[in-house]
Ligand binder design. Structure first.
Ligand code: YRO
Length: 310
């Protein structure tokens, strides 16, 4: 038990930090680097039933304010990450597995296999998965989201989390949270995935900066911190029986502290990890420790959800 100790689903973490799924977690070499880093835990790249090469490059681009990506779910296929999870030493640190099937049936097939392996790995179900072409992603289609969670809760009847895209309307916070609250196996909620379908333009070249989707992609980094904090706090307030993992715009210990104030139990790092590499976790832990000590906090638990209103 130290200053930075954290807890999720009754599991102890040395500190609240981990990677955002998709960053530094596609293959064993990257995952081993996270395991060896100062992160308190780590998560695998969202997996599909079969391996995917993803979209043509360039598919990620960073600016001074953050990043844009349209990776297209490049991953080694779920058996690769399940094999990694089978060989992981959970006494060293907890491991999450991100699952992003291209259909409900694919999610059920992957979750049945993960369930059968009976590992301590924690599932985070990525609800930004495509649905029927021409319809929004699952998490922006509340009927599809309900159907997904009903089926998944039957197939995978143990605690799991959901990775949510950002919402921008109070009615959507209310409806999404009410749906999640119907599913007791959904024990944590990760907010947020990238803000989708943004467009970064280079005025010098007069061009988009990534190749897929005519330059459209999900943005992260400084662009998204206030949106991430709002979503963390909105779900923290509406889902008292669940824990929240914060994700979005974290590149300093102060940003981690803001996510904790908003209600996060753990905090993920995406764009900044992509740019700085796994050494970022030691820096963020040091900055967070110094901030907590300066403010007289003895634990991160004593910070969680302590956001003041006016
Ligand atoms: O392009 C990706 O692999 C990607 N990028 C993100 O910023 N968030 C994601 O959840 C994903 C994977 C899922 C999807 C966007 C390709 C459907």
């Amino acid at each position: 038990m130290s200053l930075l100790s954290a807890s999720l689903l009754g599991i102890d973490f040395a500190n609240p930090l981990l990677n955002a799924s998709g960053v530094w977690c596609r293959d064993k070499a990257e995952l081993d680097a996270l395991n060896a880093s100062a992160a308190g835990s780590f998560i695998t790249k969202s997996c599909t039933l079969v391996p995917r090469a993803g979209n043509p490059e360039p598919r990620y681009y960073a600016t001074p304010l953050g990043s844009i990506n349209s990776m297209g779910l490049p991953n080694e296929g779920y058996p690769y990450y399940l094999d990694y999870a089978r060989h992981h030493d959970y006494r060293a640190k907890p491991l999450f597995m991100s699952v992003a099937g291209l259909s409900l049936a694919d999610n059920l097939a992957m979750l049945a296999a993960i369930r059968a392996a009976d590992l301590p790995a924690i599932v985070e179900l990525n609800l930004s998965c495509p649905n029927v072409p021409g319809k929004p992603q699952i998490a922006y289609d509340f009927a599809a989201m309900t159907e997904m969670l009903e089926a998944v809760s039957l197939e995978y009847a143990r605690p799991f989390g959901v990775k949510m895209p950002p919402y921008f309307d109070i009615a959507h916070f209310d409806e999404a949270a009410a749906i999640l609250n119907r599913f007791p196996h959904v024990t944590f909620v990760t907010c947020i995935n990238s803000i989708g379908n943004a467009l970064i333009i280079d005025p010098e070249t007069e061009s988009v900066v990534i190749k897929p989707k005519e330059g459209f992609g999900g943005i992260g980094g400084d662009y998204v911190l206030p949106t991430a904090l709002a979503n963390v706090n909105a779900f923290y307030r509406r889902c008292p029986g669940k824990q929240i993992i914060g994700c979005g715009g974290v590149s300093t210990g102060e940003h981690v502290f803001m996510h904790l104030l908003a209600g996060a139990s753990l905090v993920q790092v995406g764009s900044a990890l992509y740019e700085e590499g796994p050494a970022i976790f030691a820096r963020l832990n040091a900055e967070l420790s110094a901030l907590l000590e300066r403010k007289g906090y003895a634990s991160i638990e004593s910070v969680r959800g302590k956001l003041r209103t006016l």
